[in-house]
Design a protein around this ligand. Structure first.
Ligand SMILES: [Zn+2]
Length: 296
């Protein structure tokens, strides 16, 4: 697939039994995605998370997603699923079907976001995955990364068809490919709102910061601002090309989409935390959240 070299595991492979999803073997869920010239009814091509699918293809797609990112855990089946998802995505990419591409990119992003150091604590088979399987898994992620970058730069205007909240959800999922997986994981897991903090120096730990509510509430926001200094605004500072600095591109894409509230929340996640106990400063806050999650 372009410059990326990945192969899909044989359907007869014993790996399907070994590498399982949340509900077991995923082979029967993957197979319907591999039929020749699949068709999906137009009304099922939607980013509405409450859509109840009727077509075999979308039921299978939904099952694969539930198998691979249930409760934001990492599942071994992702190692064999990802090349298949890349192949299925490519069909819609070549058909120029934008909604289907976005659906695949969002879900592939969420799956990849779960492959991080927090979930690694529970992943003890990583070292036993056959080399070619691991290589194909990694190559398919690079393939998705290229397509995610293309969407965020060349196809940015097409995101305008979605509501601001939906654009935020798309962006934080794609962040798994174009930024740090851990950052994508935290924003997804904490609903782009909860922001637990922990001090690396003393034993201060605070779990109940909820930005959606707290930044709008005058009284609480004063208290919040004594803990977290938001990062300065970078609106207008993006060249619409570079994705190297997450805070810069993400702020600007959210701004373009009209999510002022989410731009503000993001400034807290990329701000500086000052411990009220000992005064130690740490930034960005999103890394502090990851630490709080692992140690809190
Ligand atoms: Zn402290």
């Amino acid at each position: 697939m372009g410059k990326y070299n990945f192969e899909t595991a044989d359907f007869n492979s014993e790996l399907w039994e070994q590498l399982r999803g949340a509900y077991g073997n995923i082979q029967e869920d993957i197979a319907p995605l591999m039929v020749d010239n699949p068709e999906v009814p137009e009304d099922e091509k939607t980013l509405n998370p409450y859509m109840s699918y009727k077509s075999d293809y979308m039921i299978a797609f939904d099952n694969v997603c539930n198998q691979l990112w249930h409760q934001m855990s990492f599942y071994d089946a992702s190692y064999i699923a990802m090349p298949y998802l890349a192949k299925a995505f490519n069909y819609w990419y070549e058909k120029n079907d934008f909604i289907m591409q976005v659906l695949f990119l969002i879900n592939a992003g969420i799956i990849v976001s779960t492959d991080n150091k927090y979930n690694d604590i529970y992943n003890n088979i990583k070292d036993t995955i056959p080399e070619n399987i691991m290589e194909s898994y990694n190559q398919s992620i690079l393939f998705f990364k290229e397509k995610a970058e293309e969407l965020l730069t060349n196809k940015l205007d097409m995101l305008k068809q979605f509501k601001p909240d939906t654009v935020s959800y798309i962006c934080i999922s794609l962040l798994a490919f174009v930024g740090k997986r851990e950052h994508s994981f935290i924003l997804l897991l904490e609903n782009f709102s909860q922001c637990p903090v922990i001090c690396g120096n003393c034993d201060f730990f605070l779990e109940d910061i909820d930005l959606d509510n707290d930044i709008e509430d005058q009284e609480i926001s004063e208290e919040l601002n004594s803990l977290i200094t938001p990062a300065p605004s970078v609106i207008g500072e993006w060249d619409r090309k570079s994705l190297d600095n997450t805070y810069i591109w993400l702020s600007n894409v959210l701004h373009i989409a009209g999510s002022c509230h989410d731009v503000k929340k993001l400034s807290y996640f990329y701000g500086t935390f000052t411990c009220p106990g000992c005064g130690t400063k740490s930034s960005p806050v999103i890394d502090v959240c990851m630490k709080a999650l692992m140690e809190g």
